[in-house]
Design a protein around this ligand. Structure first.
Ligand code: HEM
Ligand code: MG
Length: 241
């Protein structure tokens, strides 16, 4: 048994993460989770620390690269944005529950939190196109704004918003970035997205595999700006990083 462990390539981890890395386990009693379904999911597999605490920049970057093919140009700035949510001065790690710090990164009108699962009524076909995803996003904000008297959506929230919608499409969808119409650039199986949000598990049993395409900053920004046209009729200025 020992020999098998030694021989197994996954046993050697530069990150010194546990041997059961890659195995889904529900969070244990000492674990914390936060508002990001993907970071929660990665902790559930032990790619990020299972207790959800002490996540360093290097680990976040390595894991997003390895598991979902996200380039450091996306993962790095995203992590840097989150770092200030750790209240300890000069901290170099984050805990997942710290990400809920209201209006730093976490904001009202989330896709799947609080009340309902994000507007399934918006999705009427087995595959979501970019336009449906953008409209579901907008519908969710309108609902939150009209039902929550203290609703605020700071500028930063508005940007992250479309990024999050973009994020799940990039991870779970099939890309066709050469398509003429933004609407057709990614097609995302609804089943996979629902499964992910509901269970905080990668939809491997629905046939999901690590995206072949690498998500770089340029790809993300162009996609987010173009997506805005679908709901606002125009691009919404620049992006925060
Ligand atoms: C939500 C942080 C990576 C997908 C959030 C929120 C935070 C956050 C603070 C809460 C915003 C809110 O709704 O109020 C981060 C950080 C990341 C990261 C710091 C990396 C270092 C990712 C990745 C994905 C992702 C790789 C890929 C799918 C989402 C989605 C939501 C979200 C879909 C919206 C959840 C909802 O509205 O219910 N993230 N995230 N995130 N994140 Fe992440
Ligand atoms: Mg929120």
């Amino acid at each position: 048994m020992k020999l098998i462990y030694l021989a197994a390539p996954f046993a050697v981890s530069v990150l010194s993460l546990s041997r059961d890395r890659g195995e889904w386990m529900a969070p244990q009693r000492d674990a914390v989770r936060g508002p990001c379904p993907m970071l929660n999911t990665l902790a559930n597999y032990g790619y990020l620390p299972r207790n959800g605490k002490g996540i360093s920049r290097d680990v976040a970057i390595e894991v997003l690269d390895t598991v979902i093919n996200w380039d450091v140009s996306v993962a790095g700035p995203l992590y840097d944005f989150a770092q200030p949510t750790n209240p300890t001065p000069n901290a170099t790690t984050i805990d997942l529950d710290q990400l809920t710090t209201h209006n730093v990164l976490e904001y009202d009108g989330s896709l799947s939190r609080q009340d309902a699962f994000f507007g399934p009524a918006d999705f009427t076909t087995p595959n979501i196109n970019v336009e449906q995803a953008a409209r579901a996003r907008t519908a969710r904000i309108v609902t939150a704004a009209s039902t929550n008297p203290s609703f605020t959506l700071p500028q930063i929230g508005a940007y992250f918003d479309y990024r999050e919608t973009a994020a799940y499409q990039f991870v779970f969808g099939t890309w066709n970035l050469e398509a003429d119409n933004i609407k057709d650039k990614i097609s995302t199986p609804l089943e996979a997205v629902e499964y992910f949000f509901k269970y905080e598990r990668l939809p491997l049993e629905k046939g999901w595999v690590r995206p072949i395409n690498r998500l770089t900053y340029d790809v993300l920004v162009n996609f987010v700006l173009e997506s805005q046209v679908l709901t606002h009729g125009q691009m919404n200025g620049t992006v925060p990083y």
